[in-house]
Design a protein around this ligand. Structure first.
Ligand code: SAM
Length: 287
């Protein structure tokens, strides 16, 4: 498939390049914000799994200059962005929490967002498990970093046990919503949980999330048992983005003339997996 045909097949991909976003994911966060007003009064924000950096771009363009500290974390190096502190780190590693806290001078965050996705192996069960672990790590960081009343936004894949996830999140946040931005393909299970009003119950310890065979603190045991007895939670499901926005599953004609020009990516990958192979090819050492 040529570059131009992808531009037509996926208009968000094309528009991202036209508007200078590093990835089409920028539109997902913009559409989530238009529904939930995520950035009001935000002065400290963490963008987890942030490379190549389009969510961080949205944050730095949406928050008034100099009003907020934005920390963006990814396994991959993130090319510098104005107004954004980038951190190359693994969100599943405990030391990452300390590094972020240091950057905030020990102050809590107003919002933690995560667009994390592992490299897929094609083995469905393994991929689902790794995605779950990534979400758990993002949530662990969020519960350690957020101020009371703070927000957590994360990518999820709506699988079989998603209602259990909603029940668990409802123990920590006042309001949990599942949202599907228009720029996220309807054919994909991808959606986003938007958790508002961080309010851990009495006795809650953030470490509880990561302890193997978690023994919940006493106060919580009865709450958790009670919530399992009740019907499993169903989070409201909201489509966001204006109806006049582009449909992520449709194919569009691009304006005549302009459409035939293929646009270069806004930010080329900093450490692509094929980098070594390319270097070897150049040196003639590729076998
Ligand atoms: C879909 S991309 C994020 C796109 C980003 N939100 C944007 O708008 O540019 C998913 C990212 O998750 C990162 N990731 C996966 N596992 C990670 C981990 N354990 N720690 C940090 N980042 C991770 C990947 O390196 C990848 O850059």
């Amino acid at each position: 498939m040529g570059k131009c045909s992808k531009d037509k097949r996926d208009l968000y991909y094309r528009k991202a390049k036209e508007q200078g976003w590093r990835a089409r994911s920028a539109f997902k966060l913009l559409q989530l914000d238009s529904e939930f007003h995520l950035f009001e009064g935000v002065s400290r924000v963490v963008d987890l799994c942030a490379a190549p950096g389009s969510w961080s771009q949205v944050l730095s363009r949406s928050l008034p200059e100099g009003s907020a500290t934005i920390v963006s974390v990814d396994l991959q190096p993130i090319a510098p962005l104005p107004g954004v502190i980038t951190l190359q780190a693994d969100i599943t590693h405990p030391a990452t929490l300390t590094s972020i806290l240091k950057l905030f001078g020990g102050e809590p965050a107003d919002i933690v967002c995560s667009d994390g996705a592992p490299d897929v192996t094609g083995l469905h069960d393994l991929d689902e498990y790794i995605q779950g672990q990534l979400l758990l790590s993002a949530l662990t960081l969020a519960t350690n970093l957020l101020r009371p009343g703070g927000k957590f936004v994360a990518k999820i894949f709506r699988g079989r046990d998603v209602d259990l996830l909603y029940s668990q999140l409802s123990l920590l946040f006042d309001k949990v919503t599942c949202a599907k931005p228009r720029s996220s393909r309807a054919s994909s299970l991808e959606s986003f949980i938007v958790c508002e009003g961080y309010r851990p119950r009495r006795g809650w310890l953030p470490e509880s999330l990561t302890l193997a065979k978690t023994k919940l603190p006493l106060d919580l045991e009865s709450t958790a048992a009670g919530s399992m007895d009740r019907e499993r939670a169903i989070a409201p499901f909201i489509a966001c983005g204006d109806l006049s926005d582009f449909d992520a599953d449709a194919t569009y004609q691009i304006e005549k003339g302009v459409g035939s020009i293929s646009l270069e990516p806004v930010q080329k990958p900093t450490a692509p997996p094929y980098k070594t192979a390319l270097e070897k090819k150049r040196n003639g050492t590729l076998r």
